[in-house]
Design a protein around this ligand. Structure first.
Ligand SMILES: [Ca+2]
Ligand SMILES: [Ca+2]
Ligand SMILES: [Ca+2]
Length: 156
C-alpha cells in the first residue's frame, strides 16, 4: 500500500513536506519483517527503537525510520517506521492491522489519521501442470503417483 495512493488530497496552509504511512507490527510477522531487511541490528528480532528501515540510505536510523511503541487506548502497539508505503504479508491474513497516514509541513508540524484494515487473501492460487510426457504402459504405478500428487483436478 503506497502513501500516494491512500492520500486523498492532504494539504497545508503553507507547504506540505511529506506524506508517509506506517502500520502496526504483528509479532506473528517477525520472520517476514526480518527477511525484508527491517532487522537493523541483525539479531533476528524486531524491536522498537532498535530496528527499522534506512529510507534515506545514510547508514543510520533516524527517528522516523525506526519501529516505535505507541500507546493507543491504553494498549501499547509497535508501529513500523514512517515510509512511502506500508507492507503486508501472508502472516497478516485474518488480522486487523492499524494503518496510519501521516503528513508533515515544511515547518515540521505533523498531523495524522488512521484506520483499521482487515487483511484478506482474495487472489486465487495458480496451478502449474507438469510438462506433457510420453509414458509406457508398464509405468502405470509412476503415472498414478504423479496424478495423485497433482490432485483430483487432472481426473476431470
Ligand atoms: Ca502548516
Ligand atoms: Ca533486531
Ligand atoms: Ca537513515
Amino acid at each position: 500500500m503506497n502513501a500516494k495512493d491512500v492520500d486523498e488530497g492532504s494539504w497545508d496552509n503553507c507547504a506540505m513536506d511529506r506524506i508517509k504511512l506506517r502500520r502496526s507490527y504483528n509479532a506473528d510477522c517477525q520472520a517476514d519483517f526480518v527477511a525484508k531487511g527491517y532487522d537493523w541490528d541483525k539479531n533476528n528480532k524486531i524491536e522498537a527503537g532498535k530496528d527499522g528501515w534506512d529510507e534515506n540510505g545514510d547508514g543510520t536510523l533516524q527517528d522516523h525510520e525506526k519501529f516505535v511503541s505507541v500507546t493507543r487506548n491504553g494498549v501499547a502497539t509497535i508501529m513500523t517506521p514512517w515510509l512511502d508505503y506500508a507492507e503486508f504479508f501472508c502472516c497478516d491474513l485474518g488480522n486487523k492491522v492499524v494503518v496510519e497516514l501521516g503528513g508533515w509541513d515544511k515547518s515540521g508540524n505533523f498531523s495524522y489519521c488512521w484506520s483499521e484494515q482487515l487483511i484478506e487473501d482474495k487472489v486465487l492460487p495458480t496451478y502449474i501442470l507438469p510438462w506433457a510426457v510420453t509414458i509406457k504402459c508398464t509405468d502405470r504405478a509412476w503415472v498414478e503417483g504423479l496424478l495423485t500428487a497433482a490432485g483430483k483436478g487432472l481426473w476431470m
